[in-house]
Design a protein around this ligand. Structure first.
Ligand code: ATP
Ligand code: MG
Ligand code: MG
Length: 556
């Protein structure tokens, strides 16, 4: 499934191969921080990082955990990330790395910066540092500690490592340029004190390196050639280059190239926001089927193929844009239309009794498993005197253009017979509770020997044979199309859709679905694509998730 597209990143890599910049090597990396689950935005990066590497002979993509911030990280995330990358169809082979494995080397490099006069230990508080740093319109001011002697810096930094100080007492800063128009270059922090254990290194460290210091050096250590990241790191590129250059690391050095992140309408792709939903209980977990996480999409019924096709389609560009949810849904519909077996399921049942069908009789009818796939064959569906149809497939007073069942009207039951409604049974409150119909035995299989036509075909389930199930319908997480990835947390929760989950109980499924294994996907005829919930469903209490409706419901 090699990418056919070409884009500015592939063009740069092709040029580097032509000029032999990296001796023909192509090494990329996908560098998640294990502080949450992967989402569809990460899939875009994964598809690019692994995809680009696979297009070149000997090209490799590393999976590297950027695990330098122990306060938010956890082994649970390390494991889920590996599972998700694999599930998406990518393989890092033996190239699994952890930035935390470089802590000693990183420390030595920091010492080297101090010894060459390029880093100093700062005593200002975090607030003071921010204040001294200035703004876009104001140049920064130099810290009074900027000109400590090399000896003093070495001594303090060693004592930082030795655990002599509280969190925040000192940081190590690069000595670059407090007047730089690029605020990132105004003496950025390289190390901070965090007296917390790390999920891999335990208590070995109490100082932890910052992203900007860690990332470029990790790339260099691993021989990464092209370090692809999202646009918000554009201002960090000069720092990436400064660290490698100032440490005089061997050439050719890795290069950072930025591309636009994925934004999706009606959801958020900010880990911080996703975590708030999980911790606040607004969703059932990172794998809640409403979440844009890979595990959520998987549980919802998405296939890795659909996600890859989506990533292929959106491509990579240099300008941020927001993609419509309907585009993602288009790709899962395409995929499931080809391979999901069809089944009949009545979500909101209305009882139908066929007055002229012999009591206690039953028969089986042949149904096509997948019209898109003749190899999928057929199955037998039981039929009997009492059936369920969809409540919305009957109207007592049908408006024009409503062709489904109504008093006195004849319709077709899929794979079965024509039926005519002869009586409407109501409860005391006037609610329709049952329909009495007759069936025409001559129409078995769905057509009339006398050639008469009906205008509607309904799905149905035999009452005596039906499997009771719960069906969960999902709507978007956010009411407004804007992705809530701004920094205003209030806006974010205000825009949450209170009706993003609709649980239907007492749904009636055809009996072949009784044995459906967790995760199995189906098209419920006329309804959409559904899958067996992989977490909550049991044979005694089947639960299905709606992956997507049959038609695009976004288009107006
Ligand atoms: P954090 O908020 O913790 O920084 P993050 O979303 O940046 O979260 P990382 O684990 O740091 O997550 O990301 C790993 C890689 O995935 C990075 O290279 C990042 O640029 C990329 N990535 C993250 N979000 C998106 C997105 N929406 N679209 C494309 N790539 C993304
Ligand atoms: Mg990050
Ligand atoms: Mg980020």
């Amino acid at each position: 499934e090699a990418s056919s597209s070409t884009d500015f990143i592939r063009t740069i890599i092709a040029e580097d191969k032509q000029t032999n910049k990296y001796g023909g090597r192509v090494v990329t990396r996908f560098p998640p921080e294990p502080n949450g689950y992967l989402h569809i935005g990460h899939a875009k990066s994964i598809y690019l990082d692994f995809g680009v590497a696979s297009e070149h002979d000997g090209g490799v993509c590393h999976l590297r955990f950027d695990d330098t911030n122990p306060t938010k990280e956890d082994i649970e995330y390390v494991e889920s990330i590996q599972e998700d990358v694999n599930w998406l169809g990518f393989d890092w082979g033996e190239h699994l790395y952890y930035a935390s494995d470089y802590f000693e080397q990183l420390y030595q490099y920091a010492m080297q910066l101090i010894k060459t006069g390029h880093a100093y230990v700062e005593s200002l508080s975090a607030d003071e540092i921010r204040d001294y740093r200035g703004t876009l319109t104001d140049p920064g001011r130099e810290s009074p500690y900027r000109n400590r002697s090399i000896e003093e810096n070495l001594d303090l930094f060693e004592r930082m490592r030795a655990g002599e100080f509280e969190d925040g007492a000192y940081v190590l800063r690069a000595k670059i340029d407090m007047a730089s128009p690029n605020i990132t270059m105004r003496d950025p922090t390289l190390y901070r004190i965090r007296n917390v254990p790390h999920h891999r290194t335990g208590d070995a460290w109490c100082i932890y390196p910052m992203y900007d210091f860690t990332h470029c050096i990790s790339d260099a250590i691993e021989g990464v050639t092209h370090s692809l990241c999202t646009l918000e790191f554009e201002n960090n590129r000069p720092l990436y280059d400064w660290v490698l250059e100032t440490l005089d690391l061997p050439k050719p050095r890795p290069q950072q190239i930025e591309f636009a992140r994925l934004n999706l309408e009606h959801t958020t792709l900010s880990k911080r926001h996703l975590r708030r939903l999980v911790e606040g209980g607004q969703v059932s977990g990172w794998d809640d089927p409403r979440m844009p996480t890979i595990s959520g999409l998987r549980r919802r019924g998405y296939t890795p193929e659909a996600i890859r096709h989506f990533c292929e389609h959106i491509g990579v560009a240099k300008r941020d844009s927001t993609v419509r949810m309907s585009l993602l849904e288009y790709f899962i519909r395409q995929d499931l239309n080809q391979r999901a077996p069809r089944a009949m399921a009545v979500l909101r049942p209305l009882k139908v009794v066929l007055l002229n069908y012999p009591e206690h009789d039953e028969e089986t009818l042949e149904a096509i498993n997948n019209p898109e796939d003749p190899g999928a064959g057929t199955r037998q569906v039981p039929f009997s005197r009492e059936l369920y149809i969809e409540r919305e497939d009957f109207m007592e007073e049908p408006p024009k253009k409503y062709f489904r069942l109504a008093p006195g009207r004849e319709v077709r039951l899929r794979y079965a017979y024509f039926i005519t409604c002869v009586d409407v049974i109501k409860d005391d409150a006037g609610q329709v509770v049952e329909l009495h119909c007759t069936y025409d035995p001559e129409t078995r299989g769905g057509s009339a020997p006398d050639g008469r036509k009906v205008k509607a075909t309904l799905h149905w389930v035999s009452a005596a044979h039906a499997v009771d199930a719960e069906v969960r319908l999902y709507e978007p997480l956010l009411q407004t199309p804007d992705s809530a990835d701004s920094d205003s947390p209030d806006d974010f929760t205000q825009t949450l859709n209170p009706n993003s989950l609709d649980v239907l109980t007492g749904c009636k499924l055809e009996p072949s679905l009784a044995e459906a294994p967790p995760g199995e996907r189906y098209q419920f005829e006329r309804q959409g694509y559904f899958c067996v919930d992989s977490r909550d469903s049991t044979p005694a209490r089947p639960i299905f998730n709606r992956t997507v409706t049959l038609r695009d419901t976004w288009a107006k």
